[in-house]
Design a protein around this ligand. Structure first.
Ligand SMILES: Cc1cc2nc3c(=O)[nH]c(=O)nc-3n(C[C@H](O)[C@H](O)[C@H](O)COP(=O)(O)O)c2cc1C
Length: 365
C-alpha cells in the first residue's frame, strides 16, 4: 500500500503533491547582508520534492534579528534574493512559504543600534544568541510599550507584502520556539499588566493582530499558516496552563480560516505528549501539521490515524534532500551532521546527495 504521506493534500489554498513538509530550518548561510543567493536557491531546489517547504525563519525587520547570517525580508535586495529561491522551487514543481520571524528577546545587543532587543518583558531569556563573537548569553530586553504594537504589526504586514513580491506561495507566522509572539503567549514570560498581558485573551492579542494584518496583506487566509510550540518551554517560555491557551487560540484561528496550524508536539523523556495537541485540535478544525521527532514511518502513522494532515521533518530534510522519494523507494536515510547545521559554506548544506545521485556515483565508480 502506498504510504499516506505520499498522497496529495490541500492546506487552505495550498495544493501539495504530498504530505511531507520541510520544517523551517535556520542555516545561517545568507551572509552579513542577510540576502539569499545562488547557494541558497540550490539548497531549496534540491528539497522541492517536499509537498511544502517552510523557509528558514526570516527576520521581518532589523529589530527582529537575533542571529548572525540569518535572512531578512525588509529590503529590495532581500526580496530579489528570495525571488531566485522561489523560482528555483517552482521550477521543480515545489511550493514554499516564508516563515516570518521576530526573535524578541532571544537576541544580543550587538544586533541593535540602540543596544537592546525588545520583548513582552524586561527579563532576559535563558538562551544563547549566535553572534560575530560566537554563542553568547542573550541580552536584557526593553519592554515594548502598548503604543508600539501597531508598529510591530506593521512590520509583519510589510514583510508579508515583500514575501508575496518575492514569489512565495504564502507565509507562516512564527509564533513558536520562544520568540517574540510566544513571549507574549506564555505567562511564564509575559508579566505585563496592560491589554497585552494577564488574561489568555490579552496574551493572544498580539498574535491575532499580526495574523489579521498578514491575512489582509496576502488577501487570503488560505495562504497563511501559523507555527505554535506552547508547552515545550523553549528558551524559558513556560506557561501555567498551555492547554487553555492553545484551545483559546485554536478557536480564534478556526474563525479566521487559516491555511494550516503547525504544532511542535512536545516530546519528553517519557515520550510524546499528545494532550496539548488534543487541546489545540479541540477547537482548531482545519488542516493540521505536526512536527518534532518524526520518522517517515511514524509520520505516516500519524496521518493514517488522523492525527495530522501533513508532517514536518527538520533534521531528516537537512541530510536527505529527496526525503519523499527515499520514502517511496524504501531507501536508507542519511544521518545529519550537527556540526554543519549552522555556519558558512556548502559543506553540510548543499552537499548531501539524493539517492539518484548516489546510484549514479556508484555506477560510475
Ligand atoms: C538546524 C535547525 C534549525 C532550526 N531552525 C528553525 C527555524 O528557523 N524556525 C523554526 O520554527 N524551527 C526551527 N527549527 C526546529 C525545526 O523546525 C523542527 O521543529 C525540529 O528540528 C524538530 O523536528 P525534527 O525532529 O524533524 O528535526 C530548527 C531546528 C534545527 C535542527
Amino acid at each position: 500500500m502506498t504510504s499516506p504521506l505520499l498522497s496529495p493534500v490541500t492546506l487552505g489554498a495550498l495544493d501539495l503533491k504530498n504530505r511531507f513538509v520541510m520544517a523551517p530550518l535556520t542555516r545561517t548561510r545568507t551572509g552579513e547582508a542577510r540576502v539569499p543567493g545562488a547557494m541558497n536557491a540550490e539548497y531549496y531546489r534540491q528539497r522541492a520534492g517536499a509537498g511544502l517547504i517552510v523557509s528558514e525563519a526570516t527576520a521581518i525587520t532589523p529589530e527582529a534579528v537575533g542571529y548572525q547570517w540569518t535572512p531578512g525580508l525588509w529590503n529590495d535586495e532581500q526580496v530579489a534574493g528570495w525571488r531566485t529561491v522561489t523560482e528555483a522551487v517552482h521550477a521543480e514543481g515545489g511550493r514554499i512559504v516564508a516563515q516570518l520571524w521576530h526573535v524578541g528577546r532571544v537576541s544580543h545587543s550587538s544586533f541593535h543600534a540602540d543596544g537592546m532587543p525588545v520583548s513582552s518583558t524586561d527579563t532576559a531569556a535563558e538562551a544563547k544568541s549566535f553572534t560575530a563573537g560566537g554563542y553568547v548569553d542573550t541580552s536584557v530586553p526593553r519592554r515594548l510599550r502598548a503604543d508600539e504594537m501597531p508598529r510591530v504589526v506593521a512590520d509583519f504586514r510589510r514583510a508579508t507584502v515583500n514575501a508575496v513580491a518575492a514569489g512565495f506561495d504564502g507565509v507562516e507566522v512564527h509564533a513558536a520556539n520562544g520568540y517574540l509572539l510566544e513571549q507574549f503567549l506564555a505567562d511564564g514570560v509575559n508579566d505585563r499588566d496592560d491589554s497585552y498581558g494577564g488574561s489568555v485573551e490579552n496574551r493572544v492579542r498580539l498574535t491575532l493582530e499580526v495574523l489579521d494584518a498578514v491575512v489582509a496583506a496576502t488577501g487570503s487566509a488560505g495562504t497563511v499558516g501559523i507555527r505554535l510550540s506552547l508547552g515545550n518551554g523553549t528558551a524559558g517560555t513556560t506557561d501555567s496552563d498551555p492547554a487553555a491557551v492553545l484551545a483559546h487560540l485554536g478557536a480564534e484561528l478556526d474563525r479566521r480560516g487559516l491555511a494550516y496550524v503547525h504544532y511542535v508536539e512536545p516530546v519528553g523523556e517519557s515520550g510524546r505528549d499528545t494532550a496539548l495537541t488534543a487541546a489545540l485540535r479541540s477547537t482548531w478544525t482545519g488542516p493540521f501539521v505536526l512536527a518534532q521527532g518524526f520518522t517517515p514511518e511514524t509520520g505516516a502513522a500519524a496521518v493514517a490515524e488522523g492525527r495530522a494532515d501533513a508532517v514536518a521533518f527538520g533534521r531528516a530534510f537537512i541530510s536527505n534532500p529527496d526525503l519523499p522519494e527515499r520514502h517511496r523507494v524504501g531507501a536508507d536515510l542519511t544521518e545529519a551532521d550537527p556540526s554543519t547545521f549552522y555556519g558558512e559554506g556548502a559543506q553540510g548544506y548543499t552537499s548531501y546527495p539524493a539517492v539518484t545521485d548516489q546510484e549514479r556515483d556508484s555506477t560510475a565508480a
